[in-house]
Ligand binder design. Sequence first.
Ligand code: NAP
Ligand code: ZN
Ligand code: ZN
Length: 350
Amino acid sequence: MQTKAYAAQSPTTPLAPTTIPRREVGELDVAIDILYCGVCHSDLHAARGEWPGMRYPLVPGHEIIGRVTAVGSAVSKHKVGDVVGVGCMVGSCRHCDSCHDGLEQYCEGPHGWLQTYNGWLDGSGENTFGGYSAGITVDEHFVLKISHGEADLAAVAPLLCAGVTTWSPLRHWKVGPGKKVGIVGIGGLGHMGIKLAHAMGAEVVAFTTSPAKIQDARDLGADQVVVSRNADEMAAHAKSFDFILNTVAAPHDLDAFMALLKRDGTMTMVGVPDTSHPSPNVANLIFQRRQLAGSLIGGIPETQEMLDFCAKHGITSDIEMIDMKDIEAAFERMKKSDVKYRFVIDMATI
Ligand code: NAP
Ligand code: ZN
Ligand code: ZN
């Protein structure tokens, strides 16, 4: 089946209309008409070839909300007409320890986790294509149930990556009442990190390089906001954090943040810049037994848990809706940290 999509044909060509093949509905498959797709900074890194291993044509998009149009004969989780979500993953081995633990993103199978785009189909070399398209066919295990109301659906799309990528580490490192938590970088991921950490009951401090975002960060749920380029403001928080989540998409000095952790505190990195950060000072780790960690998106069970939590607590993303044809302008604004706080494509415009 041929489906409309927007693809980059190379790292240097802008995204443009094309058609892509989508597989026929298999026994365990769900066919989805895409309504909305969020624009993650990963889409930009990937389309521009800023990461190694990108293959073209590349159709980005892994924050997908759509409606089920057909299901395979063995599908039990979803039915025609349901509103559903698809995130960063569309497959994994389903048998390894990580898959059994519901952490499919760390799949130890021969091909690892299958990414929604730029994924390696059965090692055959065939590419997967993401959500900047009119439709997608996905194994039901990787399709999420959506219980938010119809009016919220565009603003739910970013939960499928930005939401779960911040939820997973916040839960893993046990953020909650009595914990002081920093969120670094107020973009798509960071603004969800503030909302979620606040809803979990933590004391939240937002770190931004953009003074224009101070009031927004407060409105999103931050108890305090620090302009991270201001050394005095940073010093006032020395040795006080239990946990810091760093979402910044560019290389920067990590020591400035490590010094803010208490004894045994952890800073977890989720941003994946094209070149890595300068190595942090090891003494900064040793003297307070601090930890520097990383975290990759989230598994399917925890993605569903996050979606249900957000529906219950009335949490969505703050979005700016765009037409598909305006994606390049959105990418350019994202590069300048000029996003409030996630672009979402109205797929009716493709
Ligand atoms: P985004 O919306 O562009 O937000 C990134 C924010 O980082 C910016 O808004 C800005 O916030 C801050 N920033 C940007 N350049 C900076 C610089 N030079 N110095 C300091 N701060 C800077 O991006 P996103 O979609 O949230 O994604 C963030 C990163 O996470 C990307 O690298 C993306 O690929 C990665 N990611 C990782 C995972 C994972 O599983 N680990 C999943 C999704 C995305 P302020 O204006 O507040 O400073
Ligand atoms: Zn993403
Ligand atoms: Zn596996």
